[in-house]
Design a binder for this molecule. Structure first.
Ligand code: CP
Length: 308
């Protein structure tokens, strides 16, 4: 089985079989990162370019490592030191990159829809590395991979997503994916950070965090995205932490072995306390799994057929 599209633009519209294929392929790549020689020849001769218009540590680095571990040639373009700084448009920048024979272009952009815009105009595979408030598909895939790895399944689990849902592309991609994979999804946050029609996507809305985490199998905390918010969405960071922060006491309301997740970067003491983040959370497992998932995505978009 192969992926239906040349691109990975979002989780919306993906089938359970396609998501399962990516997660299974990631499983087969996971041990490559544990070896002394962390390399397989699967993408030898291919060129991968990271084009990031926003800051990133995890996504950019793990795509770079994933490409290198698959033996691709990988380049990173920092927009601040590229001709983007001279006013070159996104399409012109991407067309010039493609003219140098790039096979896979990973785009992070502050505008929702930017990866789709390029995908319909270029022949290279476009992977969405996070676009505006829209989607962050590889984050949701690595989150689903981590849940499945730790719990053996996704179907039937109760997953509570807490925080700034309205500004979160991570939440949106996870709601699409977890719903497709049969989880029960609860979303929780202040009314000012909750899209009005979010329940139509298949998630139950809560404003009381104690109720939202009660009996949950997985708690996924979101970063308070101060850089994307209009002012005045909540009275203050301290109040937000009191109402929507994950403390050890609040965590005790969830299932005893509940998974605590966060896409990173974390605001310590705001959406998650340090003792929870550094204690039983699986935050760094998510990061580890991000490399295998991104290897799987690039491999499958390049045609698949594993022979290593
Ligand atoms: N989770 C995530 O997207 O992190 P970065 O912004 O560091 O890539």
């Amino acid at each position: 089985m192969a992926l239906a599209s040349k691109d990975l633009l979002g989780i919306q519209g993906m089938t359970a079989d396609e998501i399962g294929l990516i997660l299974d392929t990631a499983s087969s790549f996971k041990d490559v990162s544990e070896r002394d020689i962390k390399k397989v020849p699967s993408l030898r001769g291919k060129t991968v370019i990271n084009l990031f218009y926003e800051a990133s540590t995890r996504t950019r680095t793990s795509f770079e490592l994933a490409g290198k571990r698959l033996s691709a040639d990988v380049l990173n373009i920092a927009t601040s030191t590229s001709s983007v700084a001279k006013g070159e448009t996104l399409l012109d920048t991407a067309r010039n990159i493609e003219a140098m024979k790039c096979d896979i272009l990973i785009l992070r952009h502050f505008c929702s829809g930017a990866p789709e815009f390029l995908a319909s105009r270029l022949t290279s595979s476009i992977i969405n590395g996070g676009d505006g408030f829209h989607e962050h598909p590889t984050q949701a895939l690595l989150d689903m991979y981590t849940i499945r790895e730790k719990r053996g399944r996704i179907e039937g689990l109760t997953v509570t997503i807490v925080g700034d849902i309205a500004h979160s592309r991570v939440a949106r991609s996870n709601i699409y994916g977890l719903n497709t994979m049969g989880a029960e999804i609860r979303i929780c946050g202040p009314a000012t950070m909750m899209p009005r029609d979010i329940e139509r996507l298949g998630a139950k809305k809560y404003h009381d965090m104690d109720q939202a985490v009660e009996g949950a199998d997985v708690i996924m905390m979101l970063r308070l995205q101060l850089e994307r918010q209009a002012t005045g969405l909540f009275p203050g960071v301290r109040e937000y932490a009191r109402l929507y922060g994950l403390s050890r006491e609040r965590l005790s309301r969830a299932k005893q072995d509940a998974l605590v997740m966060h896409p990173g970067p974390i605001n310590r003491g705001v959406e998650i306390s340090s003792d929870v983040a550094d204690g039983t959370s699986v935050i760094l497992d998510q990061v580890t799994n991000g490399v295998a998932v991104r290897m799987a995505v690039m491999f499958l978009l390049s045609g698949g057929a594993k022979g290593d």
